[in-house]
Write a protein that binds this ligand. Structure first.
Ligand code: F6R
Length: 612
């Protein structure tokens, strides 16, 4: 997500801030900015684009100062442009603040601040923070920050400077990482991750949630929001730069797989309102009520996003009783069909730039249809051109194989399904509530699956030399079978196919022998089709197939039928794709590593397919 950097000390801050921003580049960003305090004057420079663009502009506009903050933004609220870039300011442009995270109650805070005379320039959630701090400022910056943060809901890592207290860099954290690099007493570099610090020092202090650090040229103090003093230990960073960028993981793909408890939480944040038994999807606004009245939904997407769309089809049809079709972007764009005004069209894309998905969107718009986006990259072409939409908030995905985007797409589709089911009254409120509670538990259940990664690693070792795999699932998990097969083929170059389990007997069953491992998704034991999946397993067994089953915890019976079993926690059936896909992602990852493949950059593939 966004990157934060800050410096206070005797040196010129600009080169340190720029170096930090460059170091944070791997996180992906769309705009950058810096702000400095010199004497008691605040200056700043922001731009859309990369650090190089900022550096170029700094040749013209020379900023001075040995106290400053910088930010690389990966947009979550508001387009990536200069105004929305950080730092954000108070009305007088005397207080500059950079932020990583999402302020969930920014709409109500903004309304309140406007009533108190504050004027806003940007579309960001962040801008409420400098205004709020300024509102509370009465000669004590720390106190004002503490009072302001007490009112904030959501996640933040922030750094701020204020020209009225020109010897102070304040940082605070709740839910978004912040680390202080101790260069010397009175010289500190703060950053959202240590990559931006270790060129200068390896001595760091990691802030914990609810902590605020006040850094001055005399020293530092760390306190809580209630001003309780905290003593923190200095730690020594042992990783090198490469390792830090990947948070110690050997590949971005693995890092992103392990990020999923957090990224799913981010997709749910502020949207799943269990107490109110409601779903809030602000990006769709009033459109949600109109979508709930349509006769049909059409979803267009490519690759993994298409698989998420297929899960969406099962969700919309089974729970919201809304007939749905899922189209490949590449096929839909050339279809000789007229756009139907009684249909709600959706496009799904991680990058927001996939050419075939974009052209499908344009075709729909040309036909005067309304098209809604489920997109990860804020401000991307698809996000800009859709009528309205929902962002994933999964953060930049760097590994070419899509992992965390898939689970966030399915999470958003599940939210959308519940929102539509509520409006269409297709399920009783009690059922809605239990489905919501189950959804809320998903991040912790994903975390518990990830804890068992060694079991999958062992399976990968055992099966990595096979050259063909079959993946089978039914209902909600048929798309997961497709996704498991896609993950395996794209990063380990093993031929793999996904099928709805019962389709086996119509052809693929002839392939089954000892050389063809079959991965079967056999969860959701209460569903009527579970028994049918067991029958399919029997069919494979009868033909000497090797079976790796993904089953629900407590299902001992299945061990008698299969060669391997990996257990996932029990959840409400409609959410099984979110759990089942995790072992499949891990299996493809570990198999690819065993086979010595370049996991993050598989041959012939690009992260974003912007050509036909
Ligand atoms: C597979 C993968 C691709 C993308 C596809 C669509 O791991 O990453 O199949 O899912 O190219 O990309 P987006 O979602 O960016 O439109």
């Amino acid at each position: 997500m966004c990157g934060i950097i800050g410096y206070i000390g005797p040196k010129n801050a600009i080169p340190i801030l720029l170096n930090g921003l460059n170091r944070l580049e791997y996180r992906g960003y769309d705009s950058v900015g810096v702000s400095l305090i010199n004497q008691d004057e605040l200056s700043y420079l922001k731009t859309k684009g990369r650090v190089a663009a900022l550096e170029e502009q700094l040749k013209e506009k020379r900023l001075q100062g040995n106290l400053g903050i910088g930010h690389s933004r990966w947009a979550t609220h508001g387009q990536p442009n200069e105004i929305n870039a950080h730092p954000q300011f108070d009305c007088q442009k005397e207080l500059a603040l950079v932020h990583n995270g999402i302020i969930e109650n920014y709409t109500s805070l903004k309304k309140w601040l406007k009533q108190h005379g504050h004027r806003f320039c940007s579309d960001t959630d962040t801008e409420v923070l400098p205004h709020l701090i300024r509102e509370y400022y009465q000669g004590d910056l720390l106190l004002a920050v503490q009072q302001a943060l007490h009112l904030v809901e959501g996640a933040y890592g922030i750094a701020l400077v204020f020209s009225k207290e020109p010897d102070k860099l304040i940082v605070a954290r709740y839910g978004s990482p912040l680390v202080i690099g101790v260069v010397a007493r009175g010289e500190y570099i703060v950053a959202s991750d240590p990559t931006a610090i270790i060129d200068y020092t390896k001595q760091v202090i990691y802030l914990d949630d609810g902590e605020i650090a006040v850094l001055t040229r005399q020293g530092m103090k760390i306190v809580t929001l209630d001003n309780v003093r905290i003593d923190k230990k200095i730690q020594v960073v042992k990783w090198n730069l490469e390792e830090i960028a990947k948070s110690g993981f050997p590949h971005f793909m693995l890092k992103e797989i392990f990020e999923q408890p957090k990224t799913i939480t981010n997709s749910l944040r502020g949207r799943l309102l269990v107490k109110e038994k409601d779903i809030s999807l602000g990006g769709l606004g009033d459109w949600l009520d109109r979508i709930a009245k349509v006769k049909r939904v059409v979803i267009a997407a490519c690759g993994t996003s298409w698989h998420a769309g297929l899960v969406g089809e099962y969700l919309f049809e089974n729970i919201a009783n809304l007939p749905t079709e899922v189209e490949y972007g590449s096929e839909f764009r050339y279809k000789q069909i007229s756009i139907d005004p009684s249909v709600a069209y959706f496009v799904i894309s991680q990058s927001g730039e996939t050419a075939d998905t974009l052209q499908s969107l344009r075709k729909i718009k040309q036909g005067k249809g309304n098209v809604f986006g489920i997109v990860n990259t804020v401000g991307s072409t698809i996000a800009r051109e859709t009528t309205a939409g929902v962002y994933l908030h999964a953060g930049p995905e760097i590994g070419v194989a899509s992992t965390k985007s898939f689970t966030s797409q399915v999470t958003v589709l599940a939210l959308l399904t519940l929102a539509l089911a509520r409006r269409r009254k297709t399920i009783p409120l009690k059922e809605l509530e239990s489905r919501m509670i189950a959804l809320q538990k998903i991040p912790q259940q994903v975390a518990s699956i990830l804890k068992q990664h060694k079991k999958i690693k062992a399976l990968a070792k055992k099966y990595c030399r096979y050259n063909n795999f079959l993946y089978l699932g039914r209902g909600y998990n048929f798309p997961v079978a497709l996704e498991g097969a896609l993950k395996l083929k794209e990063i380990s170059y093993i031929h793999a196919e996904g099928y709805p389990a019962a389709e086996m007997k119509h052809g693929p069953i002839s392939l089954i022998d000892r050389q063809m491992p079959v991965v079967v998704l056999a969860t959701d034991t209460e569903d009527v089709i579970y028994q049918k999946v067991i029958n399919n397993i029997e069919e494979i067994k009868a033909r000497q197939g090797r079976i790796i089953a993904i089953a629900t915890e407590g299902n001992k019976q299945i061990t008698k039928l299969v060669d391997e079993v990996f257990y996932i926690p029990k959840t409400n059936g409609y959410l099984t794709p979110l759990l089942n896909v995790i072992p499949l992602q891990l299996l493809s990852y570990y198999i690819a590593v065993q086979r010595g493949c370049d996991v993050d950059k598989p041959r012939n593939l690009a992260k974003s397919v912007t050509v036909e």
